[in-house]
Design a protein around this ligand. Structure first.
Ligand SMILES: NC(=O)c1ccc[n+]([C@@H]2O[C@H](COP(=O)([O-])OP(=O)(O)OC[C@H]3O[C@@H](n4cnc5c(N)ncnc54)[C@H](O)[C@@H]3O)[C@@H](O)[C@H]2O)c1
Length: 254
């Protein structure tokens, strides 16, 4: 039986761990050829190995999404290897540090904006050049619930994700007439290395506090975001354009 993404060429940035890895695995399971892009080479190669163990196709490319030259190489090498680029999930991101705005070091502000906002911008610039040549393509950016509501002590992250949703909408309007759909996902708190590093998972009372912010009274799993990304990239979502789809267990609905 033909799989839903059979032979489609997909780039997933930040696919060494977390949501990116889960999404790369899901695309590969459903037939795609997956380019795993990341700066964490060990984790990226491990994602590729997991995909190959399933009998599917993947390759790893070292790419810092905040560096335009590296993103250019990522897209060009993808096209050189597999002939085209059908789908891109611009997922790579960092958490920064938790601090009130007045005490947030400017260097951290710049690093978070460079990775979480300029990164997807640079990715889209290079991806769109190829997709325009083809006259088709689908892009999903990984925003956050913090692209739609604020969160204390996370001003750089919140600003970047609000910016990313705006960028997604503007780009979606520009490219929809050219046959290219651009959307975003907005996850709630998902159990990944990012959340673990921030100390939000291990301590039972901290975790419980975070869980209780979601109507579902639990944290999300990377696979739940991955399946939403696959839906947005599928023909089932053919009329969804410029949308930020919440995958948040009801966090924002309250
Ligand atoms: N975990 C959550 O609760 C949550 C919620 C909403 C949105 N998100 C977003 O989801 C995305 C993935 O987060 P995650 O939770 O899986 O985190 P994670 O830390 O587990 O994974 C992020 C991946 O991005 C990579 N990365 C970081 N900077 C990079 C760069 N400059 N270039 C290339 N790769 C880079 C990391 O090496 C890592 O593999 C991020 O954009 C994050 O902001 C996460």
């Amino acid at each position: 039986m033909r799989r839903p993404f059979e032979d489609q060429v997909v780039i997933v940035t930040g696919a060494a761990f977390g949501i990116g890895r889960a999404t790369a695995l899901a695309f590969a399971r459903d037939g795609a050829k997956v380019v795993v892009a990341d700066t964490a080479d060990g984790g990226g190669e491990e994602t590729v190995a997991l995909i190959r163990q399933q009998g599917n196709l993947a390759r790893y490319v070292h790419c810092d999404v905040s560096d335009s030259a590296q993103v250019k190489v990522l897209v060009e090498s993808t096209v050189k290897t597999w002939g085209r680029l059908d789908i891109a999930f611009n997922n790579a991101g960092i958490e920064g540090v938790q601090a009130p705005t007045g005490q947030l070091p400017e260097a951290i502000w710049k690093r978070v904006l460079d990775t979480n906002l300029t990164g997807p911008f640079l990715c889209m610039q290079h991806e769109l050049k190829q997709m325009e040549k083809q006259g088709s393509g689908v892009i999903v950016n990984n925003a956050s619930i913090l692209g739609t509501v604020g969160f204390a002590n996370a001003s750089a992250y919140t600003a970047a994700k609000h910016g990313l949703l705006g960028l997604t909408k503007a780009a979606a309007l520009e490219y929809a007439p050219k046959g290219i759909r651009i959307n975003a996902v907005c996850p709630g708190f998902i159990v990944t290395p990012m959340l673990e590093r921030a100390g939000l998972v291990e301590d039972a009372s901290v975790r419980h506090g975070l869980e209780s912010l979601h109507a579902a009274k639990r944290l999300g799993q990377p696979e739940e975001v991955a399946e939403t990304v696959l839906f947005l990239c599928s023909p089932k979502a053919s009329f969804i354009v410029g949308h930020g789809l919440l995958v948040d267990g009801g966090y924002v609905a309250q």
